[in-house]
Design a protein around this ligand. Structure first.
Ligand code: FMN
Length: 173
C-alpha cells in the first residue's frame, strides 16, 4: 500500500500532495507539528537546527510499504515536521519518493536535499522531484526571495511541473 505524507505551511505543498495522491489513487496524510507553526518558527528551526514534535500519524501511514513525502524546502533542507515523519515511517517502508514545491533552483540544492532525506530515512529516496515556484513567475521576480516565498500555488498552476509530476507518479519509477 502506498500513501502520500505531506507538510505545508502556506499551502503550496498541500496542493501538490493532493494532486500526487489523486494521480496515484491513494490518500494524503498531513504531518502536523504539536506546536503551532508560523514563519518565525521556521526561521528558528533553521537557525537552531532543531527538530519538531509532531502529532501521531494515522495507522494507514504506519501500515504503508511505500510513501511519497511532500513538503517545502527550507535552507536547502527539509521542514522539521516532515523530517520527523520521514524518520518515524522510514523503517517500515520498502521505498520512498520525495517531491517539493520549493522556491527556486539553487545550485547544490538537489544534493543537499537528498543528503537531508538520506540522513532522516537511513537511505536515499527512490525518486525526487524539486519543483521551483520561481518557474511560473515573471522574469523580473525570479531570484527575489520575498516574492518567491509569497507565491501561492493553486491546482491550475501545477501544469508548469507536469513533466516532473508525471515522472514521480509513473508506475515503475
Ligand atoms: C524561511 C524560508 C526558507 C526557504 N528556503 C528555501 C530554500 O533553501 N530553497 C528553496 O528552493 N526554497 C526555499 N524556500 C521557499 C519555500 O520552499 C516555498 O515558498 C514553498 O513553496 C513553501 O511551501 P508551503 O506553501 O507548502 O509551505 C524558503 C522559504 C522560507 C519561508
Amino acid at each position: 500500500m502506498e500513501i502520500v505524507v505531506y507538510h505545508s505551511l502556506t499551502g503550496n505543498n498541500r496542493v501538490l500532495a493532493a494532486e500526487i495522491a489523486r494521480r496515484l489513487g491513494v490518500s494524503a496524510v498531513e504531518v502536523e507539528a504539536v506546536r503551532r507553526r508560523r514563519i518565525w518558527t521556521v526561521f528558528a528551526d533553521m537557525i537552531l537546527r532543531r527538530d519538531a514534535a509532531i502529532r501521531p500519524l494515522p495507522a494507514a501511514a504506519h501500515a504503508a510499504r511505500s510513501a511519497v513525502f511532500v513538503g517545502p524546502v527550507y535552507d536547502m533542507g527539509l521542514a522539521a515536521p516532515l523530517r520527523a515523519a520521514v524518520a518515524a515511517l522510514a523503517p517500515g517502508l520498502d521505498a520512498y519518493d520525495f517531491a517539493s514545491l520549493c522556491g527556486w533552483r539553487r545550485e547544490g540544492e538537489p544534493e543537499a536535499v537528498r543528503a537531508a532525506l538520506t540522513a532522516a530515512a537511513g537511505r536515499p529516496p527512490r525518486r525526487m522531484e524539486l519543483m521551483a515556484v520561481e518557474d511560473m513567475m515573471p522574469a523580473a521576480d525570479k531570484g527575489r526571495v520575498t516574492a518567491i516565498a509569497a507565491q501561492r500555488i493553486g491546482p491550475a498552476d501545477l501544469g508548469h511541473w507536469s513533466a516532473q509530476i508525471d515522472r514521480l507518479t509513473a508506475p515503475d519509477g
